[in-house]
Design a protein around this ligand. Structure first.
Ligand SMILES: [Fe+2]
Length: 163
């Protein structure tokens, strides 16, 4: 089985029976796959993008348990350790696992984006959140201007939520 499918399976098991979280991660993973291919990432970046997309919100339940909040900062704090254990168990190479954990730990931080895997993870998450959080037209315009950089990400955003 593909590594990303293995980690998706782990993510489903970990989050079950929280179908909403599982569906969120699957949707972000789907957009991340499209963007990674469309933007011609290196094989390594495509892997780190896909694995990070599958696991990006893995810290949410732990954050809710520990802090009573699913706020971005808490899940960014809790996510990497949970993800690291999953990635190790599936035999993901240490350098890739480290990068995935780094992406999980900063996916709500929109400054200092240090690679296309990072940029596209953030865009994929927004493509899902615009819909799930019912963002206003104005908020969508602002996200398009301030966050989206890739041509493929902008094209998806425009196609789905208007230019
Ligand atoms: Fe997310």
């Amino acid at each position: 089985m593909k590594l990303s499918a293995q980690l998706l399976q782990d993510m489903v098991q970990y989050n079950a029976p929280d179908v909403r979280r599982v569906s969120h991660a699957l949707k972000v993973y789907g957009y991340a796959c499209i963007l990674g291919q469309a933007e011609h990432l290196s094989e390594q970046e495509e892997l780190t993008l896909e694995l990070a997309a599958a696991l990006h919100d893995i810290g949410i339940h732990q954050a809710e348990r520990k802090y009573g909040s699913s706020a971005g900062t808490y899940q960014e704090k809790e996510g990497p350790a949970i993800a690291r254990a999953m990635l190790q168990k599936r035999g993901v190479a240490p350098a890739a696992a480290e990068r995935v954990c780094q992406l999980i730990g900063r996916h709500h931080t929109y400054t200092g984006i240090d690679g296309m895997d990072c940029q596209l993870l953030i865009e994929a998450d927004f493509l899902v959140n615009v819909d799930e959080d019912s963002l206003s037209a104005e908020a969508i315009r602002s996200v398009r201007e301030k966050i989206f950089r890739s041509a493929s990400g902008k094209a998806l955003l425009n196609a789905l939520f208007g230019a």
